[in-house]
Write a protein of this length. Structure first.
Length: 266
């Protein structure tokens, strides 16, 4: 079982510390997005990175469209990895949709996560009465249609919007290449599971101390979402990052991201 999960999710373990910190990538990404972050923690922690089934170098033959039609399927990947490695009370760092996935894990299995870090998280991406999620339903339809009909153009559109680093075009190119490397059909299904998810009723059940990291300008997740989460998660702290912009501060501003994670987990 252990070797099967490690291979299935392309689990990589490094570091020498007694406590484990696990990094979970967001939609359209893989574990390589943490390359600028991981080295800063390897001296003090055991570091675990992985790919969700269907992403990166995971075993894509294990992908099941029904299981991964919602975020609970991805949460089960995290649970499977933790159980295979016999982990408990880990420090969990999740980017974007993985922030909410970590929240679901902490509710289902309170023994697994000791502290939770959410980077640019959202429990619901659609605008609703009395809730600003960032997208109208027509926006999501357009995004999914573009992924279906012209995946390359979708990556060219999304990369600069998500990165918001006009002064660092190499980071935009890097992120665009990462998006394009996905299995296009699986990525579209992951997008649907992400953008149509609604876990606003779950977040008040998150039982662990939580850090919400939000950038000053994020075209994917507006500030109102971060404020909603801070209000609804019982033991939570919201930090508006000073330097970072865009949806990927772990890529564009790794030093500031590292500093905030370190401060919180200490």
């Amino acid at each position: 079982m252990k070797s099967t999960i490690i291979k299935r999710n392309n689990v990589r373990i490094s570091g020498a510390g007694r406590q484990t910190i696990l990094f979970a990538h967001g939609f359209g990404c893989d574990q390589s997005v943490w390359d600028r972050i991981v080295p800063a923690f390897e001296t003090d922690y055991q570091v675990v990175v992985f790919d969700y089934v269907g992403s990166g170098r995971s075993d894509k033959s294990a992908y099941d469209a029904t299981r991964y039609s919602n975020l609970h399927g991805y949460a089960q990947d995290v649970i499977d990895v933790c159980d295979a490695l016999e982990l408990e009370k880990i420090l969990y760092v999740g980017h974007s949709v993985s922030g909410m996935i970590g929240g679901l894990v902490s509710i289902k299995r309170p023994d697994l996560i000791g502290k939770l870090v959410m980077i640019g998280p959202s429990p619901h991406y659609l605008n609703e009465p009395n809730y600003i999620g960032g997208f109208d339903e027509s926006d999501i339809h357009e995004l999914l249609d573009m992924m279906e009909t012209n995946y390359k153009e979708w990556t060219k559109y999304l990369a600069p919007v998500a990165m918001d680093t006009p002064d660092q075009p190499e980071l935009v190119a890097e992120f665009e290449e990462l998006l394009y490397s996905n299995d296009h059909q699986i990525a579209r299904q992951f997008a649907e599971a992400t953008f149509y998810s609604d876990h606003r009723q779950d977040v008040h059940n998150i039982p662990v101390k939580t850090l919400i990291l939000q950038t000053t300008l994020d075209a994917i997740v507006p500030l109102e979402v971060a404020e909603f989460l801070q209000k609804e998660i019982p033991d939570s702290e919201l930090v508006i990052m000073e330097k970072a912009k865009g949806h990927n501060p772990h890529i564009s501003e790794p030093e500031e991201t590292i500093e905030e994670i370190r401060r919180f987990i200490r």
